[in-house]
Design a protein around this ligand. Structure first.
Ligand code: 5RP
Length: 223
């Protein structure tokens, strides 16, 4: 099976975690795009979605799924999202699509986080994927030096020769060279550096379930 087919497989499998009559939290990325396409088949059975990015909002709306503002709804039953890496404790690296801050906000608003990913995303220890960190632009260079002091190498994410701007109008640092064996401790530490808006380690908002697409089918991991 191709990676695209594995993504479609887990996108479809996630439907059984969407409770009827509810508003569902929706993440961002190519795997979530497959989930959104599948969700359209049950759009009359749900009230709608809270979205984590303008890209997912556009896709949801194009398929006729109502999108609610996060401030207009209370707790969500479930949040479905992809990951750049997930370990066997449900800790994740996210933000490859630059949506990490809104993803973490919607995840924090949800009772249960369900990760959908193809098997290439499962790792023993987080850190091979460059860690995304959303930052306030005036702090970018100082934060790059702080990551260097802990053994990392932070690069400003660029697009077409300019610093990429997130949906929040902020910048992304991508940090390589870190081994995140203690994700909770790392998230706690980096979160309190002035200028960091969101670090792409999802340890407090870790997955409760991971639907992993493998060539043998969907493997369900619970944490
Ligand atoms: C976006 C994310 C995505 O969930 C992550 O990058 C995985 O994306 P894909 O499903 O395209 O591999 O965190 O900010």
């Amino acid at each position: 099976m191709t990676q695209d087919e594995l993504k479609a497989l887990v996108g479809q499998a996630a439907l059984k975690y969407v409770p009827q009559g509810e508003i569902v939290g929706v993440g961002t990325g190519s795997t979530v795009d497959k989930f959104i396409d599948a969700l359209a088949s049950m759009k009359d059975a749900i009230r709608g979605a809270v979205s984590s990015s303008s890209a997912s909002t556009a896709r949801l709306k194009a398929l006729g799924i109502p999108v609610f503002d996060a401030n207009d709804v209370d707790e969500l039953a479930v949040y479905i999202d992809g990951a750049d890496e997930i370990d066997n404790r449900g800790y994740m690296i996210k933000g490859g699509g630059a949506a990490l801050t809104r993803e973490k906000i919607v995840a924090a608003q949800s009772r249960r986080i369900v990760c959908i990913a193809d098997e290439s995303k499962l790792v023993g220890v987080l850190g091979r994927f460059p860690l995304p960190v959303e930052v306030i632009p005036m702090a970018a260079h100082r934060l790059m030096r702080q990551f260097a002091a802990m053994g990392g190498n932070a690069q400003l994410r660029m697009r077409e020769g300019q610093p990429l701007l997130t949906d929040n109008g902020l910048q992304i640092l991508d940090v390589t060279g870190l081994t995140l064996s203690e994700p909770l401790r790392f998230e706690n530490e980096v979160n309190q550096w002035p200028g960091v808006v969101t670090v792409g380690v999802f340890a407090h908002q870790k997955a409760a379930v991971c639907l992993l697409g493998t060539s043998q089918g969907v493997r369900t991991m619970t944490f």
